[in-house]
Design a protein around this ligand. Structure first.
Ligand code: MRU
Length: 329
């Protein structure tokens, strides 16, 4: 059984504390909507689909506890701004209207199950794009830990391995939060998948050496024209892939597409604390008082994306029309 970042006990949501990986597997219990929102903001649970699923259970917890659900929805949605899956999941729960807490729980469980199912389909569609023996570069963690299970980008990796392909993965460490080093390396190693860790600034060197057959990354929000927000550093990798004629694939469920965003220019980019840049593991690495910036995401323009792999199939340019067709019910 693959890693799962969250589990529902019937009365509480348990979250694998991703801040403590890979050293410790500790679970944090949430019993109300507010504690789920805090867990999302503090990165106990992270990754676009996973925070959406957690928020859905947050709404179910709010219903079970008789909380004001309008307030719960607003608090959950405000936890992190970039991943549209968060608002998507909360809106889906809100759309149920006045229903029993039991119905809310069932809806959240349905969102979780559908996400795993979508990831397996994404994996199958993605694997078909790959040759029999490949080396892939990925960035951040778009794996089981970032979803209901199985993963999007790492779902493609898993499905490729399961189909008998020989797959090697290079994981960029993903400064400053180190999702690649801490999470991607951990979950691939756990599954016995060949993984090599590199620092982000080594990517160009390995592209020059023609080490990569393809890049596969996840997404936090895909605009109607295909522009894609993902973890900071993704754009740099896309530029490199383009310069070296390496296919650049985005793997994401339909729930990550925000048709209301015409282009990447209207995607809100989360700015996190500079402390996460000037400190690693509580130790300061830069002089006191230095100016610092920490945008947590960047936008890769559609022109650098070879294809978007969704559960409904592989979307190709021009994305405005392929996305429009894919999002129709
Ligand atoms: O800040 P994070 O760790 O939540 O950022 C996660 C990413 O950027 C992932 O690539 C994205 O959410 C896709 S997860 C399937």
């Amino acid at each position: 059984m693959h890693v799962t970042p969250l589990r529902w006990t019937g009365t509480a949501l348990e979250l694998l504390d991703q801040r403590r990986l890979p050293d410790e597997e500790t679970w944090v219990e949430c019993r109300d909507a507010g504690s789920v929102a805090t867990a999302i903001r503090d990165m106990i649970v992270r990754g676009a689909p996973a925070i959406g699923i957690a928020a859905a259970f947050g709404m179910a917890l709010g219903a079970l506890r008789g909380e004001n659900l309008d307030r719960a929805a607003a608090t959950l949605k405000a936890a992190r701004p970039t991943a549209v899956n968060l608002a998507w999941a909360v809106d889906r729960m809100t759309a149920l209207g006045q229903v029993s807490p039991r119905v809310m729980v069932a809806e959240a469980e349905g969102i979780l199950a559908a996400d795993i199912e979508a990831n397996m389909r994404i994996g199958q569609h993605g694997a078909e794009l790959l040759g029999p023996s490949i080396t892939l570069l990925t960035h951040c963690n778009a794996g089981a830990l970032a979803t209901g299970g199985y993963g999007t980008a790492l779902g493609v990796v898993r499905a490729a391995v399961e189909s008998g392909r020989k797959v090697a993965v290079f994981a960029g460490e993903t400064r400053p939060y180190l999702q690649g080093a801490r999470l991607t390396a951990w979950e691939l190693q756990k599954d016995g998948i060949d993984v090599t860790l590199i620092t982000d600034n080594m990517a160009g060197h390995f592209f020059q050496q023609q080490r990569f057959d393809a890049v596969v990354v996840g997404a936090d929000r895909i605009a109607a024209n295909g522009d894609t927000a993902n973890k900071i550093g993704t754009y740099t990798v896309a530029v490199l892939a383009n310069a070296h004629n390496v296919p650049f694939y985005v793997a994401a469920p339909i729930s990550t597409i925000d048709i209301a965003c015409p282009s990447g220019a209207s995607i809100p980019i989360e700015e996190r604390s500079g402390d996460e840049v000037v400190e690693t593991f509580g130790r300061r690495i830069a002089p006191l008082g230095v100016a610092v910036r920490h945008p947590a995401f960047d936008v890769t323009p559609a022109r650098l994306i070879t294809a978007i792999i969704t559960e409904r199939g592989v979307l190709r340019p021009p994305f405005t029309s392929s996305i429009d067709k894919a999002v129709r019910p």
